[in-house]
Design a protein around this ligand. Structure first.
Ligand SMILES: [Zn+2]
Length: 304
C-alpha cells in the first residue's frame, strides 16, 4: 500500500498569499451578496445563483492556484462528474431547497398559530443564527457520515463519493442520489421543528455551497488555525485517502468542530496525502453505472 509523501515528492505547487485569503474572502463576499440580493429576490433564489457561481469561480481558481497540476487533467472522469454536478449539486439541490422553503414557511405558520412563536432565536444577528444552524446540522451530518463508513449498506451508497482518484471541484457532487436525500434529514428536520427563517436558510445554502466547492477543490488553500473550525480541503483530502487509517478521519461537512470534539480531526504535519480513492480499482466510471453500483457490488470492503 502506498504511503503519504512529502509535498516535493508529490509535485504540490508552492503556496502564495492568496492560499490563505481566497477562501475566507470568497465566503465573506458570498454571504454579503446573499444578504444584499435577498432584498430584491427570494433569498433561496439569490443563494442558488451564488452557489452555482461559486462552482464556476472555484473551477477558475483551480487553474490559477492549483494544489496539484496533475489533478487538473481529466482522467476520463469529467463527463461523469459533470452529470453528478448537474443532477445533485444544481437540479436536485435547488429543487429540494425550494421545497424546503415551502415546508419551513408552513411549519413556521403552524408553530406560530399553535404556540405563539417558534423557539428559533429570530432576534439574533443573522450570522449568529447561521452559526447555530451550522452547529446543529453538522452534528447530525457528522454522525451520519461517520456511520456511513461503518455500516456496510450505507457504505455502498457512500462509496460513490469516495471513488475518485483525484479531488477537483466537480466531484463535490459525486454522490449517490439516495445518499443526497438521506443527508438532507439532519439539514431539514431540526430546522422545521425549530421554525428557522428563510433568510438564515439562504445563508446556510451559500455557506454550504462555497465551503463544499472549496473543500473538494484542487485549489491550494491553507487555513492555518482556521482548520479547527472549517472542514476545508487540507483536512478533506485525508478523508479521501486510499489508506483507511487516514480516511477514517475528518467527517465534517462544513465545520471540523465535531471532528475535534469526537477525536477524528486529522492533519499530519510535513507530509501530503498519497493516493486517493477506493481500495478496489475497478469501480464503475460512468454516471449511470455509479448510480447502479450500490445495488450489485459486494466487494467494497474498507479493510486492508
Ligand atoms: Zn466519507
Amino acid at each position: 500500500m502506498n504511503q503519504s509523501l512529502s509535498a516535493e515528492a508529490l509535485g504540490s505547487e508552492p503556496l502564495s498569499a492568496w492560499s490563505y485569503w481566497v477562501f475566507p474572502l470568497t465566503l465573506a463576499v458570498g454571504l454579503l451578496l446573499t444578504t444584499y440580493t435577498a432584498r430584491f429576490v427570494n433569498p433561496i433564489v439569490a443563494a442558488g445563483f451564488i452557489s452555482i457561481s461559486s462552482i464556476l469561480f472555484v473551477a477558475l481558481l483551480e487553474r490559477l492556484l492549483p494544489y496539484r497540476r496533475d489533478w487538473n487533467r481529466s482522467r476520463g472522469d469529467l463527463p461523469t462528474d459533470l452529470c453528478h454536478t448537474l443532477l445533485h449539486q444544481i437540479l436536485l439541490s435547488r429543487g429540494l431547497n425550494i421545497l424546503y422553503t415551502l415546508i419551513l414557511a408552513g411549519a413556521a405558520a403552524w408553530l406560530a398559530e399553535r404556540y405563539g412563536s417558534s423557539v428559533w432565536p429570530h432576534h439574533w444577528p443573522l450570522l449568529l443564527q447561521l452559526l447555530l444552524m451550522l452547529l446543529i446540522a453538522e452534528f447530525g451530518r457528522y454522525w451520519l457520515h461517520r456511520f456511513s463508513h461503518r455500516s456496510p449498506w450505507l457504505w455502498r451508497l457512500h462509496a460513490v463519493h469516495h471513488s475518485p482518484d483525484r479531488l477537483y471541484v466537480f466531484n463535490a457532487g459525486r454522490v449517490h442520489t439516495l445518499e443526497k436525500v438521506l443527508y438532507l434529514i439532519p439539514e431539514v428536520v431540526p430546522f422545521v421543528l425549530l421554525g428557522t427563517n428563510v433568510e438564515c436558510l439562504a445563508l446556510y445554502v451559500t455557506f454550504n455551497s462555497i465551503q463544499g466547492s472549496f473543500q473538494h477543490s484542487n485549489v491550494n488553500v491553507r487555513l492555518g488555525p482556521l482548520n479547527y473550525f472549517f472542514s476545508m480541503a487540507e483536512l478533506h483530502r485525508w478523508h479521501h485517502s486510499k489508506i483507511v487509517a487516514e480516511s477514517d478521519h475528518n467527517f465534517g461537512n462544513n465545520l471540523s468542530v465535531w471532528d475535534w470534539v469526537f477525536g477524528t480531526w486529522y492533519l499530519p504535519k510535513g507530509r501530503e496525502v498519497g493516493h486517493l480513492g477506493l481500495l478496489s480499482d475497478d469501480y464503475p466510471q460512468t454516471f449511470l453505472s455509479q448510480l447502479r453500483a450500490p445495488f450489485h457490488r459486494r466487494d467494497l470492503s474498507k479493510t486492508e
